[in-house]
Structures are given as structure tokens and as C-alpha cells.
Design a protein around this ligand. Structure first.
Ligand code: ZN
Length: 498
């Protein structure tokens, strides 16, 4: 092995150890830490995080990386590690340390300002902070953008490489053109699906039992992972042998936990399947935010909301909840879990309207960064778009423009990756369908046939390949959003008998 690379790996090992410790504290804060622990514990985490930063950004690492950048004796994994670290270092070095610190302080404060504004339905109190956040993110995008690139493109590129406006404009235009009218047709026939059986009371302990069983059924390995509870479901992990997910149980909405669990299990199976020689390295995660979301949405929607998925296991659910579901047919259950209900909140939205929530955020961000849209005008434009695309109008900014945390954290350009994830999933499904009998596998309860395919084609590669390249290699063509539009159209045309 290249001796310089070996030396670099000693630094990497330290970084990974510190990173894993911070991850574990983060998990603990969300799932089990005592209420009064935060103040003291945050001092420990603060110290770990500055040690992490020092382990990553220092002269020794910098010198090693500059030498290794052009080394020719690195294998594929080693080269990917060096490439990833060089990019992080260069991105970070472009920002003057002074400004980086100011921005970190602003970020820390702004989440609190946003939380209060959201609680009090007081957008005006968030305006000055959001203006500052936007000014900084624009400045930083200006440092890293390539010649001629727009500021918003530079931000988008940070989250999903090469998926910038020339790809996203036609993608979202296509969704707007097809999905908005489809939604109107669906909503007109919504009375035909009675969802009241799912709105009864479902014992939470029994729900826990069912969700644990379902996670295992879809392929979550409980020898390498745990399922806990938190306010908002999420996935985190230390490495491929320790991946953790959460769910959240509501007594009067049992399907909420089911689909959160299956969604997070989709993320977790990706992490569990990353190859052993990648997992404790900087390229040991998923290929991108969008590719990660493609795996969770694939599991949640394409698999978890299909008729065939429930075919072999619905009797078990009925057995667990005989009073509530004993008389409800599988056909009816399948329709209930796919009922479309246009609402105001992105994170609670159904499969069909989800992309429209993201479309609204994309159009607004574009105008806010590259256009002339002023921060104070956000609520009115937000509400207009919700009415036009989803047919619902927010009565408060809490339920409208203040609902997401992302902008307060400076994450601008992140939202499109959620919609891209769905589109990647549909394109991947289309390919898988030609190679596997997906519905047969589901009817026979043979989920590993599906997850092994995903492991082989996507999961095991970690971040060695970028999402666009990976998608091309799996499906044999470049990103093609038509599969997603066709998938939604076919599925909801059938369910609603349009
Ligand atoms: Zn997700």
C-alpha cells in the first residue's frame, strides 16, 4: 500500500472514531437521554466536534492529500477516499475562517429563532435572520461556483452533483403538467375510499410488536441494528454493523408508524449493505441524499404500499387487530393505505402529492436565490402556490412557510433531492422489473430477492460512485423522470378507477 495513504488512514481512523462518538450522542439525545442532561452533555459534544474538525483540517492531512491527489498506485476505493477528502478540504478552504465561524454562530441561533417564530405563527420575527442566512449561503455559493454557474446551481450541485436547473426545470415542469391535473381527478373521486377503519384506536404495544416484525420482514437485521422511538422518525448509524432507526406510534393512526418504519428500514438496509472495506471510511455512506431517499421511498411506496406486499402478511395484521380489521378486506386495506389527501404539511403527505410540495419549494428557492423574490414576500407566494397546485390554503404560516427547518439551517437547494429520490426509485423499479419477478417475490414473501438485487447494484458501492453514474450503470440510461410520472399515473389511475 502507498505509505502516504497508510499515513492518511491513521488520521481517517481518528476522524471516524470522533464522528461515531458524536453520532452516538446525537442518537442518545433523540431517543433516551434524560431531559436535564443537554447542557452538560453539549460541552462534551462541543469538545468532540472541535477535535473532529482539527483531525480533518490540519497541515499534515493537507500535505498528505496534496501528494496523494496525483498518486497513480491507488486502488478504486483509495482513490475515492482521497477525492472525497480533497473536495471537502478545498470547499472548506474557500470560505474565510472568520466568515465560517460567523455563519456557524448564526446557524446555531437561527434554529431557535425559527422554532419560536413557528410556535407563535410569527413569520415577521424570522425575516431578519432568514435574510442573513440567505446572504451567507449566497456568499459561500459565490466562492465555490464554477465560471458562469448561477448561485442556485452551485447550491444544488452541493446536494446532488450535476442535478442543477437544466435537469430540474424539465423534471418539475413535467410533474406540474401531469400530476396537478391527475390530482384534481383523484380528489373528485375521493369519497369512494372510506378510511375510517384505520382511524380507530390501535393498542400501541401491539403496534410496536407489528413494526418490529415488519422491519425484520423487509430485511432489517436486528443483530446489526435497533428500532427505537422518537418524535420524528430517522435513521443513523456508526457503521454497517450498527444501524439504528426510529418510528413514532399514534394510537389513532396505525399506518403512520408502519410506513415510517418501512421507510427508515429502507435507509437502514442501504447502510447495512455497504461493503465492509468501505464502511469505516469517508466514502462509507450512501451515494447521495437523493439516492438514499430513493431506497427508503422504494421500500415504503413501491414495495410497502403494493397489494402484493400485503398479500402474504395481511392475515397476520388482522389477527393482531381483529376488532379493527377483522372484517376489512385486503382490497379495502390496500386502498386505504394509498388514499390521496392533499394537505399542507410535506412530511405528512401521501405518495401522489409529495412531489408537489417539493415543486413549490424549488420554484420559491429559485426566485429567492437567482431572482428578485424578497424574504418578506415568502408567505404570500407560498400560499398562492399551495392553492394553485394542491387546492389547499394555509391558514397560518406555522402550517405554511414556517413548517420546515431546512432554511433556518442554511440548507437551500436540499429539497429537490427528496423529489429526485422518488424519481430515481421509479427508474430503478422499471429496470428491476425487467430482471426480476417483483410481484411474484412479494406474493411469496421473498423480500431478499429484491433487497439482494439492490445490494448488488447500489448498496455495496457506498459513495464510490456518484448518484448519476450509478443510476446510469444500473438502468442503462441517464436520469429519465418519465418513469416516475408514468408510475404515479398508472398507479393512481388504477386505484381510483379513472
Ligand atoms: Zn428518508
Amino acid at each position: 500500500m502507498n505509505p502516504k495513504f497508510e499515513e492518511l488512514m491513521q488520521h481517517v481512523e481518528k476522524m471516524q472514531a470522533l464522528g461515531a462518538a458524536m453520532t452516538l450522542f446525537g442518537w442518545d439525545a433523540e431517543t433516551g437521554a434524560p431531559a436535564d442532561s443537554m447542557e452538560m452533555t453539549s460541552r462534551i459534544v462541543g469538545s468532540l466536534s472541535s477535535q473532529y474538525f482539527e483531525a480533518m483540517v490540519n497541515e499534515e492531512v493537507r500535505t498528505l492529500l496534496m501528494e496523494l491527489k496525483s498518486a497513480e498506485d491507488l486502488d478504486e476505493i483509495q482513490a475515492a477516499i482521497v477525492r472525497d477528502m480533497v473536495k471537502n478540504l478545498e470547499d472548506m478552504e474557500k470560505i474565510p475562517p472568520e466568515e465560517y465561524r460567523e455563519f456557524s454562530e448564526l446557524q446555531a441561533k437561527s434554529t431557535t429563532v425559527w422554532t419560536k417564530a413557528k410556535q407563535n405563527n410569527d413569520f415577521a420575527s424570522f425575516v431578519p435572520t432568514l435574510e442573513q442566512i440567505i446572504a451567507y449561503t449566497k456568499k459561500f455559493a459565490g466562492y465555490s461556483r464554477k465560471d458562469g454557474q448561477s448561485l442556485y446551481d452551485s447550491m444544488l450541485n452541493d446536494y446532488e452533483e450535476t442535478f442543477v436547473q437544466d435537469v430540474l426545470d424539465p423534471f418539475f415542469a413535467g410533474l406540474k403538467e401531469k400530476i396537478v391535473p391527475l390530482l384534481k381527478q383523484v380528489v373528485a373521486k375521493n369519497d369512494q375510499i372510506d378510511k375510517s377503519p384505520l382511524q380507530q384506536s390501535f393498542d400501541v404495544d401491539k403496534q410496536r410488536e407489528l413494526n418490529h416484525w415488519l422491519a425484520e420482514y423487509v430485511g432489517f437485521d436486528f443483530n446489526r441494528g435497533i428500532l427505537a422511538e422518537s418524535e420524528h422518525p430517522f435513521t443513523t448509524g456508526l457503521h454497517n454493523h450498527d444501524v439504528r432507526i426510529t418510528s413514532h406510534y399514534y394510537e389513532d393512526a396505525m399506518e403512520s408508524a408502519i410506513f415510517s418504519t418501512i421507510h427508515e428500514a429502507g435507509h437502514a438496509i442501504y447502510e447495512m449493505n455497504v461493503a465492509d472495506d468501505l464502511t469505516l471510511t469517508p466514502v462509507g455512506g450512501g451515494a447521495s441524499c437523493g439516492m438514499h431517499e430513493s431506497q427508503s421511498r422504494f421500500m415504503e411506496n413501491m414495495i410497502g404500499r403494493s397489494y402484493e406486499f400485503w398479500d402474504p402478511i395481511y392475515a397476520k395484521v388482522q389477527e393482531m387487530f381483529p376488532e379493527q380489521l377483522g372484517q376489512v378486506s385486503l382490497e379495502h386495506f390496500h386502498k386505504m393505505i394509498n388514499k390521496v389527501e392533499p394537505g399542507l404539511i410535506r412530511t405528512e403527505s401521501d405518495e401522489l402529492t409529495y412531489c408537489l410540495h417539493v415543486l413549490i419549494r424549488y420554484e420559491i428557492e429559485k426566485e429567492m436565490i437567482d431572482g428578485e423574490l424578497a424574504v418578506e414576500d415568502l408567505p404570500s407566494i407560498w400560499n398562492e402556490k399551495y392553492e394553485a397546485y394542491l387546492g389547499v390554503k394555509p391558514e397560518s404560516d406555522t402550517m405554511g412557510v414556517l413548517q420546515d427547518i431546512h432554511w433556518s439551517q442554511g440548507s437551500i437547494g436540499y429539497f429537490p433531492s427528496y423529489a429526485l429520490g422518488n424519481a430515481f426509485a421509479a427508474q430503478i423499479y422499471h429496470t428491476m422489473e425487467q430482471e426480476l419477478d417483483i410481484q411474484g417475490a412479494l406474493r411469496n414473501g421473498q423480500l431478499p430477492i429484491i433487497t439482494n438485487w439492490l445490494k448488488e447494484k447500489i448498496h455495496r458501492h457506498g459513495m464510490i460512485k456518484k448518484s448519476r453514474q450509478l443510476l446510469k450503470e444500473i438502468t442503462g440510461e441517464d436520469f429519465n423522470p418519465q418513469y416516475y410520472i408514468d408510475y404515479l399515473t398508472d398507479k393512481f389511475t388504477e386505484i381510483y378507477g379513472l
